[in-house]
Design a protein around this ligand. Structure first.
Ligand SMILES: [Zn+2]
Length: 421
């Protein structure tokens, strides 16, 4: 060891250090002893101080020091109760180590900080800890369902579904809330998106908290809308523009497919070849296209007057959603847009217009919600990141724990040692 030495305080109260040494792997091993002289009787709860020998030596992992692994080694004391019958003994309880855990409490917290936005596999490799020991930290510190008592005001509710496997139709629903301070918290992970499942969860929200929900955000799925209507009738339901846009872009895409078929029969092979990539040219916003895609789009619209008319209507519609306008103004503009579609003879938006009329209120509520906050975008970005990371998580309880950690981990487990003012 180098001669240069530093002394750092051990951030654990009520212990004295008996010895520090390095084991064969170069990890630091600190032998400590509790300075507490009593504990609570496990039978009667009285404070008891009659020493009754030591338990077995325990070695628990602690926070790394200067890039080395670190362990605490100690022998818990036993105390005897003279008040209870048969004088039972109790092993001392230490704030910094939960009995049965291979980690000191602060190392559990450290592991969970590493686990935020990461995976158990990855953390176990970096920490040279077993998969089960990282999982154990998660099990010890993160509950498997919501603790309603930690919230006093929910504000905005979000219902989003996640496919458990790419391309599968098995969905779980994640329920989040966006609190008044902008923080997004996880409230539940539901096994499926049936209306009864969603309604059952909504009914489980304690009544006083229910009254603090002013907005609920979801997609167009009828099960959500019905459950919300029945169980949270006073809440303003909002369908995010992202889901709306998906529906009207689908209409345009169907027309594109039909037109491509027609053009394939009519154009020469080399002419048709120039339309390669038409899917993305039509699907993306015009301002996001590169030069080649812009050329494909312009050529396609030249060949197809119907698609050209439909594309102009699509841009008109998107522009309405881009504008920071009131709900009432938006409704006026959307009515005009429907008139334009009818007058144009374009048919590819017929299904969308039906949907728009049926879900008129929740779709146009978007303009109210956006005016009050940017919650839709914020929530969706979080959900998107979570979605990518959650393929392959099948246990709903683990799912809840992992999402909860991703959303709250930085706030909960940032290391703030007690010796820092
Ligand atoms: Zn007792």
């Amino acid at each position: 060891m180098s001669k240069a030495q530093v002394t750092i305080p051990l951030a654990i109260p009520d212990v004295r250090v008996l010895k520090t040494e390095f084991n064969q792997s170069g990890d630091l091993v600190i032998t400590v002893e509790s300075t507490k002289a009593e504990t609570r009787c496990r039978k009667c709860g009285r404070g008891i101080g009659k020493f009754h020998g030591h338990g077995n030596w325990m070695t628990v992992r602690y926070l790394p020091v200067f890039g080395r692994g670190c362990y605490l080694r100690y022998r818990p004391r036993r105390y005897q109760c003279l008040e209870c019958d048969e004088h039972p003994t109790t092993t001392e309880h230490l704030d910094w180590h939960e009995p049965g855990s291979p980690h000191a409490a602060s190392y559990d917290r450290y592991l969970l900080l590493q686990l935020v936005n990461s995976t158990i596999e990855d953390v176990s490799i970096k920490e040279q800890a077993s998969y089960d020991s990282v999982l154990g930290a998660l099990e010890r510190l993160i509950a498997t369902e919501v603790d309603w008592s930690q919230y006093s005001h929910l504000g905005t509710l979000g219902l989003d579904e996640i496919a458990l496997k790419k391309g599968h139709r098995d969905f779980v629903v994640i329920v989040t809330a966006r609190l008044a301070d902008g923080q997004v918290v996880l409230l539940g992970v539901l096994a499926d998106r049936r209306k009864e499942t969603v309604a059952k969860f909504l009914r489980s929200i304690p009544e006083p908290l229910k009254n603090t929900i002013h907005t609920a955000c979801c997609d167009m799925y009828e099960g959500y809308l019905e459950a919300l209507r029945e169980d949270l009738p006073k809440v303003r339901v909002v369908i995010d523009r992202f889901h709306v846009a998906k529906t009207y872009r689908e209409g345009l895409d169907n027309l594109r497919k039909r037109e491509m078929k027609r053009l394939k029969a009519q154009l020469s092979e080399s002419e048709y070849k120039q339309l390669k990539g038409s899917l993305w040219a039509v699907r993306k916003r015009r301002e996001d296209l590169n030069e080649a895609q812009t050329q494909v789009l312009n050529l396609l619209l030249e060949y197809s007057p119907e698609l050209k008319a439909a594309y102009a209507l699509l841009e008109e519609l998107t522009a309405i959603f881009d504008e920071p306008i009131s709900k009432r103004t938006a409704q006026t503009k959307l009515r005009k847009w429907i008139e334009h579609v009818i007058a144009s003879g374009v048919k590819c938006f017929d299904d969308f217009i039906k949907t728009l009329k049926r879900l008129w209120e929740p779709i146009t509520n978007y303009f109210v919600a956006r005016k009050n906050s940017a919650f839709v975008e914020g929530l969706n970005n979080k959900i998107k990141v979570l979605k990518r990371r959650c393929y392959g998580l099948f246990n709903l309880k683990h799912f809840f724990q992992r999402l909860y950690l991703d959303l709250n981990g930085y706030r909960l487990f940032r290391i703030r040692p007690p010796y820092v003012a």
